[in-house]
Write a protein that binds this ligand. Structure first.
Ligand SMILES: Nc1ncnc2c1ncn2[C@@H]1O[C@H](COP(=O)(O)OP(=O)(O)O)[C@@H](O)[C@H]1O
Ligand SMILES: [Mg+2]
Length: 226
């Protein structure tokens, strides 16, 4: 039997995803009448097709195509966990994932939607689960976590076979505990979020301290607090 998502492969052929250097988001070239882009990352763009509403199609750029099979393999190991999407299969340049409702934590900051401690705990539990499988939960940042009916869902598992701690989630936890109460519910302007992101990405990780970083960001954008 042919999987029902196979019918979307023709439409996906009209789309080209192009990667860029320096951690920049991919570009999407081409159009397909029914495909809707629901997310952009640095390796891939993610699409939705109304005929198959339960699926999300993660289409990789040629520059990142080797991550497709890696990510599919990791999803296989994560199978059955409620903290992650389900992977149904693969096409030539895409993964077929469960379509996940909700918005990223990045969009929560943008729109002033409060992120509860439950969401933070869900990500912690997801990370524990990943470690239990002998994998390394890396690359967990604001655009890779969804707020879904008050719970957290973790996207983008492609780096879990890499070594080392990128500390991204630990930095977010620190900031959540020390700084987030001051801005919870506040709509943070896009230019501020993007400036902080760029600044963070350019920092030299060897001498990086999140406390210092947060202080500088806080003072620059939100003023001195006594
Ligand atoms: N299964 C999904 N359901 C709904 N949206 C998704 C899904 N997977 C990814 N997205 C959206 O697409 C964006 C990019 O996907 P991601 O897997 O993070 O790509 P990359 O590996 O290039 O970073 C995410 O930030 C999210 O907004
Ligand atoms: Mg991502």
């Amino acid at each position: 039997m042919t999987a029902d998502w196979k019918q979307v492969e023709e439409a996906l052929k009209d789309i080209e995803v192009v990667g860029h250097d320096n951690n920049k988001p991919v570009s999407v070239i081409g159009l397909s009448e029914e495909l809707r882009c629901i997310g952009i990352g640095t390796d891939a763009a993610v699409f939705y097709h109304p005929n198959t509403p339960n699926y999300a199609y993660k289409v990789y750029s040629p520059q990142s195509i080797e991550k497709k099979e890696v990510e599919a393999g990791i999803y296989k190991r994560l199978e059955g966990s409620p903290y992650f999407p389900h992977c149904y299969g693969t096409g030539p340049n895409y993964l077929v994932l469960s379509f996940e409702q909700g918005i990223t934590l990045y969009d929560c900051l943008l729109h002033g939607i409060p992120v509860s401690e439950q969401v933070m705990q869900d990500v912690e539990d997801a990370r524990e689960f990943v470690r239990g499988l002998g994998l390394n939960p890396r690359d967990i940042h604001l655009k890779n976590v969804l707020l879904q009916e008050g719970r957290g869902k973790v996207l983008d598992v492609s780096e879990y076979i890499k070594e080392g701690n990128d500390s991204r989630w630990e930095h977010l936890v620190w900031t959540y505990n020390h700084f987030y109460p001051l801005i919870s519910g506040v709509q943070v302007p896009l230019w501020i979020l993007e400036t902080i992101t760029n600044w963070y990405n350019r920092i030299d990780s060897a001498s990086f301290g999140i406390e210092d970083f947060s202080k500088r960001v806080s003072q620059l954008f939100f003023g001195k607090r006594n």
